[in-house]
Design a protein around this ligand. Structure first.
Ligand code: DOR
Ligand code: ZN
Length: 346
């Protein structure tokens, strides 16, 4: 008997679409399945002003297939020079959905991010007042802190102080990877949510490092030990409605990943929903899938649930998806979950 699950069309609450030939190649992969996505602003140079976001939005719309109803939800990249009035105006006009905080140096193209958090206090206060959510890359950059501890230390040293100093600020702790992140969101009340990627639900740090280094499993925050992966699965499939899917699909050309100093990022747009459906099936939680991929995100962002639907069908034959796609003559490897997928988006 074939089993199907029909959901309000899912959204992706954390997505890298890049620019130029890469944008042209990857935008259709997300638009095929998702209704909306929060678009990361870490271009080179970054998307820092409302004018930058408007121009980038136009380039994304031009890269979508004819007839696509995919809606990019734009973000601004927070710098120490960000103008609070520009942020509030861009949000009020509907152009910008959220602002993204990258600690300087934490990840790909984060050099313009924040070094001194006291210098963004004014803009965070204006965002709290105007109801503009802050999306956070939650890792400290202190070289003394072990890379596997950087999320937990960020919560204690940066995120919790910011939230105490800025009551009412709505925060999305993005791509959480630890039990600490899960607990902080769960216990943090209605103004904090957490996104979880497809890849962090299926890999731990052994997948990255045992039997050879796997550059296509390298992402930031880096995958942690198994107990953390299990905590993420429990959070995604559990009863707290402030966890939702943000794929962090982050394409890089294979040459940049399979390198002596490989870039962070897993390209999951083509198979993220198949992976997540399979995880929910494995956890006996298919009835909770709709909350995680279609309902909790819009609820936190104060947006309507998508009106159209998407159907996943369970099939015996493994779902076919490409090993890699072409982006302007360069290969981009699609994330391999390491097991056959059986939930096909129909
Ligand atoms: O793995 C990642 N890739 N993590 C990030 O935070 C950035 C992203 C990218 O832009 O490639
Ligand atoms: Zn990201």
């Amino acid at each position: 008997m074939s089993e199907t699950v029909t959901l309000p069309r899912p959204d992706d609450w954390h997505l890298h679409l890049r620019d130029g030939a890469m944008l042209t190649a990857v935008a259709p992969e997300s638009a095929r399945h998702f209704g909306r996505a929060i678009i990361m602003p870490n271009l080179v140079p970054p998307v820092v002003t409302g004018a930058d976001a408007a121009a980038y939005r136009d380039r994304i719309m031009a890269a979508l297939p004819a007839g696509s109803r995919f809606t990019p939800l734009m973000t601004l990249y927070l710098t120490e020079e960000t103008d609070p009035a520009d942020v509030v105006a861009a949000h009020e006009s509907g152009l910008v959905t959220a602002v993204k905080l990258y600690p300087a140096g934490a990840t790909t193209n984060s050099a313009s991010g924040v070094r001194d958090f006291t210098r963004v206090h004014g803009v965070l206060e204006a965002m709290a007042e105007a109801g503009v959510p802050l999306c956070v890359h939650g890792e400290v950059t202190d070289p003394e802190i072990d890379i596997f501890d950087r999320e937990a230390v960020f919560i204690e040293r940066v995120l919790d102080p910011i939230r105490h100093a800025t009551p009412g600020l709505r925060v999305v702790m993005e791509h959480i990877t630890t039990q600490d992140g899960v607990a902080y969101v769960r216990e943090g009340g209605p103004d904090i949510a957490g996104t979880i990627t497809a890849h962090h639900l299926v890999i731990n740090r052994n997948h990255l490092l045992v039997g050879g280094i796997r550059p296509h499993y390298y992402c930031l925050p880096v995958a942690k030990r198994e107990a953390h992966r299990l905590a993420l699965r429990a959070a995604a499939t559990g009863d707290c409605d402030r966890f939702f899917l943000g794929t962090d699909s982050a394409p890089h050309p294979d040459g940049a990943k399979e390198s002596a100093c490989g870039c962070a990022g897993c390209f999951t747009a083509p198979n993220a929903l198949s992976i997540v459906a399979q995880v929910f099936e494995q956890e006996g939680a298919l009835d909770r899938l709709e909350a995680f991929v279609s309902r909790n995100g819009p609820a936190f962002y104060g947006l309507p649930v998508n009106e159209d639907t998407l159907t996943l069908a369970r099939q015996d034959a493994p779902v076919a998806y490409p090993d890699r796609i072409d982006a302007g003559g360069e290969d981009v490897t699609v994330f391999d979950p390491g097991f056959p997928l059986h939930w096909q988006v129909t």
